[in-house]
Ligand binder design. Structure first.
Ligand SMILES: [Zn+2]
Length: 196
C-alpha cells in the first residue's frame, strides 16, 4: 500500500500548575513528600489520556472475499499536569512558605522536563505495537477482519497505556531526587514551627 504509517501521539505537559492550600491532615496521607515529621507540601502529578484512534487503509477483493488491511495512522493524546498542595497553616510571608513553594515548583519542573524527555519513547512504544504497517499489509478472509482490527486496537491501546505508566514512574523517581539530606535540613530549619 502507498505511503507510510504515521504515528501521531501528542504528549504534553500542562504548564498552568494548580496551587491549593489544604489542611495538614490531607497532606499526611500523601506518600511522596520529604521525610519530615509532618508533610508540608506535595506535588501531585495527574495524567489524562485519550484512547488511540486507528485509521485503516483497506482494499477488498469481492471475488475471493478477502480484504487487505494496513494502519495508515494512529492518533492519541496524553497530557500530564501537576497540582501543588501546601499546608494552609503556613504564613505566606514567611521563609518557610517560600521554601516549600519553591521545593514543589522544582518537582513540577522535573515533571515538565521529564514529559519532554520521554515523549519520543512513548511514541516509539506505540509505533512498535502498530501492525500491520503500510509497507507490510495483511490479507485475510473478510470474516476475519473485524476480530483482526479489534486485536490491533487492543495491542496498541495496551502499549500506549503501559508506556505512559512506565515513563510516568521514571519521572516520579527522578522527581524524588531533590529529597536530599541538605534539602531536608533546610526544611527542618526554616519550617521548624510548622513541623511540631
Ligand atoms: Zn518534595
Amino acid at each position: 500500500m502507498a505511503g507510510k504509517t504515521k504515528i501521531s501521539i501528542d504528549v504534553s505537559f500542562n504548564k498552568s500548575i494548580q496551587l491549593k492550600h489544604v489542611a495538614g491532615s490531607a497532606l499526611q496521607k500523601e506518600k511522596d513528600g520529604q521525610k519530615t515529621k509532618r508533610t508540608l507540601g506535595v506535588t501531585k502529578p495527574k495524567v489524562e489520556f485519550s484512547q488511540p484512534v486507528l485509521h485503516w487503509d483497506e482494499v477488498s477483493d469481492p471475488i475471493n472475499k478477502t480484504i487487505t488491511l494496513a494502519i495508515k495512522e494512529v492518533t492519541a493524546r496524553v497530557t500530564f499536569s501537576a497540582r501543588i498542595w501546601i499546608d494552609k497553616r503556613i504564613d505566606k510571608k514567611c521563609e518557610c512558605y517560600a521554601h516549600v513553594f519553591d521545593h514543589e515548583k522544582r518537582h513540577a519542573k522535573i515533571w515538565q522536563a521529564g514529559v519532554k524527555k520521554y515523549s519520543s519513547a512513548i511514541q516509539k512504544a506505540v509505533e512498535d505495537a502498530t501492525l500491520p504497517k503500510m509497507d507490510a499489509p495483511e490479507e485475510m478472509k473478510e470474516s476475519k477482519a473485524k476480530a483482526f482490527r479489534t486485536d490491533a486496537f487492543k495491542r496498541i491501546d495496551i502499549a500506549f497505556n503501559e508506556a505512559v505508566i512506565k515513563y510516568g514512574k521514571k519521572i516520579s523517581a527522578e522527581s524524588k531526587k531533590i529529597h536530599t539530606s541538605s534539602e531536608l535540613k533546610k526544611t527542618n530549619n526554616l519550617c521548624e514551627e510548622y513541623l511540631l
